[in-house]
Ligand binder design. Sequence first.
Ligand code: ATR
Length: 273
Amino acid sequence: KKWYAVLGDPIAQSMSPTMHDQWFGQSNLNATYVPIHVEPQNLEQAIQSLRTLGCSGWNVTVPHKQAILPFLDEVDDSAKLMDAVNTVYQTNDGKLIGTNTDGAGFVRSLEEFAGDDGVDAPVLIIGAGGAARGIAFALQSAGYGPLYFANRTASKATELAAQMRNAYVFSIEEAEQRLGKFGLVVQTTSVGMNFAQEGVPLNPKNIARDAIVADIIYNPLETEFLQAAEQAGARIMNGVGMFVHQGALAFEKWTGVYPDTKKMIETITMKVG
Ligand code: ATR
């Protein structure tokens, strides 16, 4: 029987084991997925143990996404670009490869959400940290743009935009005033996350009707930011879809199967709600 894992600190809250175990069942694969609590000082030893014990692949979550890079045999272009790994898979000859499905998972969830209506340009990304970076590069390589960044610390937005084609920077105030021009707004900061910070990173009252407003947060299901955007007439998308699709892309790396995502989004939504 093959086995898979997720490494994090903390890890008890992770919904990945439930999700992947359901997918293994649905795909008639004889495999299981276990959460493993790994503290930062034990990461290298934990990776060595997973090798010894024959783990076929695993996910990596906070706080190990960057720290794991030196302990793998190779990292692919997506992980290099994001300087972070969320998924590890094994090649036939036993090499451990790090990849990153977070950004591509966001794009998949966006496309599933938008359906035939598609996504209008331009795109505003709120934030300029690791999550913003992953999503921005994935959006750009899927052909979306131009991209605008608005971040509390403007210098970080400028630095990120400078690494991309067709990317620009707005101050938070400019973004609020000119919000009506965007077809898609993506909220990537931790503002509004349960037990993190209250409030909104910018006021969405000037959003265009029918624009898509996405938040990567899924706990709570509707941040204050999404609620305000919905009241202003936007179509809102929470972070459950990104979570499910980053997992589906990992599952596909491991098994060759892209699992059902629509039902899984409903399942996860019920668990969080
Ligand atoms: P992640 O990997 O989750 O993106 P990160 O790299 O630490 O985490 O980035 C956090 C992002 O959330 C940054 O854009 C940060 O803004 P700064 O660059 O100004 O720090 C943003 N952020 C965090 N707390 C915030 C707050 N209270 N208000 C506004 N932005 C905040």
